[in-house]
Write a protein that binds this ligand. Structure first.
Ligand code: HEC
Length: 180
């Protein structure tokens, strides 16, 4: 009897150690496998729509503010990714020593630091936060990471005091957008 209790309790210990790990991997609000593959799918649609990549359309650059670039341009369109159609907003973030609106207007490429993107997902994707998917891409389409090396794609950074969601939540109008 004593032996059985001991083995039961060791099973419980093992389960306690494993279960939360599995739960976090599946329910990771951002940077997990699903979020990263969603970001890859979104980028390839943006690329085929001519919204990112070397021949991408640009809008007029304007003076930006932290945490986005010193110079920005923003475009939006409806796109379909994995069967879901929603609005995508692409903000190109420009920076570097000596950056200016005129220089970016003339030749944007050398100044492009990041593309921060919001894509309106199906309802239920993130009901607490207006169902936005966020991603921060490098100019080549790979993802930026946070200081803990977590990729910035998905519900970034849901439940945390800083990051895409925490800041965009404060935008006027209730849909997490500053430019509406
Ligand atoms: C500290 C606040 C803050 C954080 C953090 C932040 N943003 Fe923003 N974001 C802004 C502000 C302010 C604007 C409007 C800037 C402008 O166009 O002048 C903006 C604009 C945008 C826009 C254009 C749509 C809009 O709201 O006008 C996108 C897309 C965007 N951000 C994506 C992101 C992504 C993706 C992240 C996380 C990787 C992020 N943002 C993190 C403040 C923030």
């Amino acid at each position: 009897m004593k032996k059985m209790i001991k083995s039961i309790s060791s099973v419980a210990v093992v389960l306690a150690a494993v279960v939360p790990m599995v739960a976090t991997a599946a329910g990771m609000p951002f940077g997990g496998k699903d979020s990263v593959s969603d970001a890859v799918a979104l980028w390839s649609v943006l690329d085929s729509e001519g919204l990112v990549g070397s021949n991408a359309v640009h809008s007029k650059p304007y003076k930006g503010m932290a945490p986005h670039g010193a110079v920005l341009d923003t475009i939006e369109k409806n796109v379909t990714v994995n069967g879901h159609t929603g609005k995508v907003i692409i903000k190109r973030n420009y920076g570097g020593e000596g950056v200016s609106i005129a220089k970016v207007a003339q030749d944007p490429k050398p100044w492009l630091k990041a593309l921060t993107v919001m894509f309106k997902r199906e309802s239920g994707y993130d009901a607490d936060n207006q169902n936005w998917f966020y991603a921060k891409y490098k100019p080549n389409g790979s993802l930026h990471t946070n200081p803990k090396k977590v990729k910035l794609a998905g519900r970034v950074a849901k439940g945390m005091p800083k990051g895409c969601i925490a800041c965009h939540k404060a935008a006027p109008g209730g849909d997490y957008l500053f430019n509406q």
